[in-house]
Design a protein around this ligand. Sequence first.
Ligand code: FDA
Length: 393
Amino acid sequence: MIAKDVIIIGAGAAGLFCAAEAAKRGRRVTLLDHAKRIGGKILMSGGGRCNFTNMFASPENYLSANPHFCKSALSRYTQWDFIGLVNDYGIPYHEKTLGQLFCDNSAKDILNMLLSECDKSGVELRQRCSIEQVRYDNDRYQIETNQGRFSAESLVIASGGLSIPKLGATPLGYQIAEQFGLSVLPTRAGLVPFTLHEKDKQALAELSGVSLDCTAEANHTGFRENLLFTHRGLSGPAVLQVSSYWQPGQAVTFNLSPEHSLTEFLEQQRQQQPDAQLSTLLAKLYPKRFVQTALTYFAIDNKPIKQYQGNALTQIAEQFEHWSITPNGTEGYRTAEVTLGGVDTHELSSKTMEARRQKGLYFIGEVMDVTGWLGGYNFQWAWSSGWVAGQVV
Ligand code: FDA
């Protein structure tokens, strides 16, 4: 039996960060992870460049049944604290857009920084470690694994959500929560592409690879970012963002002319180039391939613009500015960046992440019901929640 002060299950972003913080306080910490390779998700994140935080991160950027929960941790360990650490390591980074900070070189820089923080403070890291059973006896947690039994005063669950099972995601964190009587809110895939009903899929298949600036809205929440058509359906940052707000069966509405009134543009063109075909004029705003498909999809006749009578141009503009489509579903956990829902935050202290009714049991990171927008917010939650737990475990 290996006795420690703190056992952390899950050596992802939150677990690594919490481990280093706790060990800096002199706690004897062991991190257990079943993966062969540590930090798989970090390495894959941000297209290999890890969007490690967002300069504008604030509680409004998170979804949770308890929207106040994240405030305390986010204010005690902020994006600026993490940026300070990244600066201390001399890691080069840049703002890509909307406050999103990415490594200039590689996500490996962030992983190496976390591993170095753990190493410096004496964290023991055990990979390929399967968790067989967790018990609480005599004020200590007993963890049975394929590498023997571990015992600790504090147990931190940092096993993440269900997204990308091939990177090692499992429901273990939810199972441990339920074992100790904590409620777990229903989970679903977030930041995930939409799949389409067969008719829409076929009609839009031609557009695979086309990307457009838009505003996407679902369930009264909108985002101004890019829409990407794929061979499976709809993706791109605008779609990933609204997917977290979308409920099955609901429509998603796109404004494909988010910057200017399309009616005004078309009226202006009618004055200036009355003999030009509608498709030629729309091609000033959109890729040609999109224009062709869109006219067919919206059943709009293509003719010289002077031939559109009455409010016909307004009606055409409406189709582009209020394009409403009901997705068939999402691509699910296979490609989702995050998992919505999870351990109910009403069960946890927002100051420490400790379970209110189970002494010494902590939950950090994505396993709990706090989910960020796309753009570095989820890693910031891993750092902030990991840090606050790291001060007390
Ligand atoms: P995380 O999933 O990182 O770690 C959980 C760990 O627990 C894993 O190491 C896993 O192996 C281990 N584990 C699970 N079950 C176990 C079991 N039964 N036994 C032992 N160990 C177990 N966010 C962001 O802010 N910026 C970005 O650029 C991206 N990009 C991105 C790309 C892709 C492809 C994905 C899938 C996700 C992102 N994200 C992101 C989201 C971000 O990666 C995610 O929110 C954090 O990694 C969550 O950190 P956690 O430590 O909570 O879980």
